[in-house]
Structures are given as structure tokens and as C-alpha cells.
Design a protein around this ligand. Structure first.
Ligand SMILES: [Zn+2]
Length: 418
């Protein structure tokens, strides 16, 4: 447990940095930048960390990714990461509150730094990792090597609609795009006479292929396990020669994502064959399900009152984890290091990814809730730095889960780099 002295230091540091933290969050909020375009947020966060005494690597791995480090001495271990997100949603701005995630990343880093600077009993390195493009770009997947030398990581994501989760388990997710083209062999289409306009023939063929594929996918949806999800949108293209299917696919477990994708490919390829269309596809990297590290979340729950209900359910053995309907690229991180992304509630009505949530993510009340949890995470991080047994317990839990979850695929490495 963190001593009363450490708690006092944390509170003092938070009070000292409160104004700069608020300004940073509000500036990111007022200038929403989408996936991979977060140039101003990147520069701002790097500046604040540099001014706060961190060694900053700008443009780390990605143009808008960064890493900032501070060590109590030399290259001290353990290395604890605090993660910032800062991308916004198109048109509705910070409706997922990533400005608050960034603010909490900084807050946790500053609080723990103050304790390390003051205490001569604890050593370690604080690493702030700036991960862009969570909304669709899979920034953390692209930057996964940034977590290779990290011993544990923390991130705080706001939730709304009265929902909160200490042990939230996200869904796996990815997007698939299938393109049907009909400019090859279209004149031999058995359905259409040669007298018809060639462009019209071509359009009908690629549309036929997409419709047949849609039918296959609709049947797949009926017969697939209930832990899988499939969403399909058909897009005829202006060229008249191609029709696209945009498919989002999800599953409860990462090991199911590849088999699900393979079934989608079969649905589309057979449709292309019977309509004599060309077919090609691409897919995004897969967001894996988040494994909340219970060793860490239990301690966070002890240090703040935000998750009392969750703590009660866990204590009574009624619910170990909360299955969430959303996905996060932090899931991929949580499968390689002990990691937490906790979800405090900042509004009883507005929900994330809705316009009215954008108004909530700039309020002082939302910030207050988030920073309460940031304090609890900072205290838990200090426990990890000062108690090797606590850190080892977090790793033991992760290793046991890897063995359990990957026993189906029997190949951990292959699973983690699909
Ligand atoms: Zn989000």
C-alpha cells in the first residue's frame, strides 16, 4: 500500500499541475484532429512533457506517436507506462473523450514522478506513450513494439450513460473490404444481350456478385456462434465497374477472428466465381479483446470510490469481468503486458460516440471524476515500483491467462501477430 506520505505528494503534485492539465485537455478538445492527423495534439503533449522534465521522442514509430521518459536514476527499472490517446471522431469532435485520456496520462506520469523524485527508497522509469489513431487506425497495434520493454501500463477512458467498468472486457474487431469488379468477361454474361450498353452490363455484374455475397453473409450470420458479430454495407462505385462490401466483424475472443475472416472470404469468393467477377479484398489489423489485469484493478478499486459496484460483484463472485460492446486497440497491449484501461462514468445520460457526449468531455465535473481515478492508478503504479512481489503477481496472472486463452490456437506468437 502507498503510504500516507506518498498520497500527500500525489495530491500536492496534482494541485500544482492542475491548471496546465486543464488547459492541455481543453486545447485538444477545441481543436479535434482525427485518426493520424493529430499533429497539434502531438506537439502540445510533447511540449508539456518536455517542460515537465521528461526526455521526449517526438514522432515515435508513427508521425503523431510519441514517447516520453523519466528515470529516477540511470535506466532504472521497473518501467511503468501511462498511455495517452488524443484522436477525435469525424464531425462530432471529442465524443469519445480522448482529450481526457491524454490529460490523465500526463497527470499519472507527473504524480508518480513527484513521488520518485522525493523518495530515495523507490526507483524506476516512467514512460508516457502517445498512441494516435485509436478510432479506426489501430495506433497501438502499429506501435506495439513501444510496449516491448514495459513492465505494466495504465490508461483511463471515460464512459457515459451511467455505465462504468473496472474490469471491462472489450470485443475484438476489424474491418474488411471486398471489391467486386466486372470489367473482365462482362460481354459473356449470360443474363444480358450484346445490344445493351456495356457500362450497364458491367455494373449489373459487379452488383450481382455483391448481392450474392451479401446473401451468403446473411446466412453466415444466422449460423455463426452467438459470440461473433457481422455488419455489412454495400457500396456501388461511380465507375460502374465495381461494387464494394464494407464489412465490420467482431468476436468475443481473438482466436476467433481469423476463422471468422476466412468464412467472410469464402462467402465473397464463391459469389465472385458464380457471377464471373473479379474479387479482391483487404482488412484492417485486428483489435483484440482487452484482458483487464485483476491484480491491478483490485488495487485501483481499493484506492477510489468510483468502482464500488464492480468491486462488490467481484468480491461476491458474481461477476469477474464486464463484457463491453465496444473495441479498443488497448486490447492488444493487454495481452502482452499487465495492463489496465478502466472506464469511469462521467455522465449519467450521454453516451460515447454521440454528439452530446462531446459537450460532456470538456466539463470540469468530467475532469474531476477522471482525475480521481488517475490518482488511484498513480498509487497503484507506485505500489508496482516499490513492491516487486506485486509486480510479479500481475505478470503471473497475465502468463496464466495467455496459457489458458491461447490453448486453442496453441501458438501465442502467431495469434498476436495476425
Ligand atoms: Zn475511445
Amino acid at each position: 500500500m502507498a503510504s500516507a506520505e506518498f498520497l500527500e505528494l500525489i495530491e500536492t503534485e496534482l494541485a500544482a499541475k492542475r491548471s496546465i492539465l486543464r488547459q492541455t485537455s481543453l486545447r485538444i478538445w477545441a481543436n479535434p484532429e482525427v485518426c493520424f492527423e493529430e499533429h497539434n495534439a502531438h506537439d502540445l503533449l510533447c511540449d508539456v512533457l518536455e517542460d515537465g522534465g521528461f526526455r521526449v521522442t517526438r514522432h515515435h514509430i508513427l508521425q503523431t506517436g510519441f514517447k516520453a521518459e523519466w528515470s529516477s536514476r540511470g535506466s532504472a527499472t521497473p518501467r511503468i507506462a501511462f498511455v495517452c490517446e488524443y484522436d477525435a471522431l469525424p464531425e462530432i469532435g471529442h465524443a469519445c473523450g480522448h482529450n481526457l485520456i491524454a490529460e490523465c496520462g500526463l497527470a499519472m506520469a507527473f504524480m508518480v514522478k513527484r513521488v520518485l523524485e522525493t523518495s530515495d527508497q523507490i526507483d524506476g522509469t516512467i514512460v508516457v506513450i502517445g498512441t494516435p489513431a485509436e478510432e479506426g487506425g489501430g495506433g497501438k497495434i502499429l506501435m506495439i513494439s513501444a510496449f516491448d520493454d514495459i513492465d505494466a501500463g495504465f490508461m483511463i477512458h471515460p464512459f457515459g450513460g451511467g455505465d462504468r467498468a473496472l474490469n471491462g472486457k472489450t470485443l475484438c474487431s476489424a474491418r474488411f473490404e471486398g471489391i467486386f469488379r466486372s470489367d473482365v468477361d462482362c460481354e459473356r454474361s449470360v443474363h444480358v444481350s450484346r445490344d445493351l450498353n456495356r457500362k450497364t452490363v458491367a455494373r449489373q455484374s459487379s452488383m450481382d456478385a455483391a448481392v450474392v455475397a451479401y446473401g451468403h453473409l446473411a446466412l453466415l450470420r444466422k449460423t455463426m456462434p452467438s459470440s461473433w458479430r457481422l455488419g455489412v454495407v454495400m457500396k456501388p462505385m461511380e465507375s460502374n465497374k465495381e461494387t464494394r462490401l464494407q464489412i465490420s466483424y467482431r468476436s468475443v475472443k481473438g482466436v476467433d477472428m481469423r476463422p471468422l475472416r476466412e468464412k467472410i472470404v469464402v462467402c465473397c469468393e464463391t459469389a465472385a466465381q458464380c457471377t464471373r467477377c473479379e474479387f479482391e479484398y483487404s482488412h484492417t489489423k485486428e483489435y483484440l479483446e482487452q484482458w483487464p489485469n485483476h491484480t491491478l484493478t483490485a488495487r485501483i478499486g481499493e484506492y477510489c470510490t468510483n468502482f464500488e459496484e464492480d468491486m462488490e460483484l467481484v468480491r461476491e463472485g458474481k461477476k469477474r469481468e464486464t463484457q463491453l460492446l465496444g473495441s479498443s486497440d488497448a486490447g492488444n497491449v493487454s495481452q502482452i503486458i499487465p495492463f489496465v484501461q478502466v472506464f469511469p462514468c462521467i455522465d449519467g445520460l450521454a453516451n460515447i460516440h454521440h454528439k452530446n457526449f462531446t459537450d460532456v468531455t470538456k466539463t470540469a465535473a468530467a475532469e474531476e471524476t477522471m482525475l480521481e481515478v488517475a490518482k488511484a492508478c498513480a498509487r497503484t503504479a507506485i505500489d508496482l515500483l516499490s513492491d516487486p512481489k506485486f509486480l510479479e503477481a500481475a505478470w503471473s496472472e497475465l502468463r496464466a491467462r495467455q496459457l489458458e486463452e491461447f490453448s486453442e490456437s496453441r501458438n501465442i506468437d502467431a495469434h498476436l501477430s495476425p
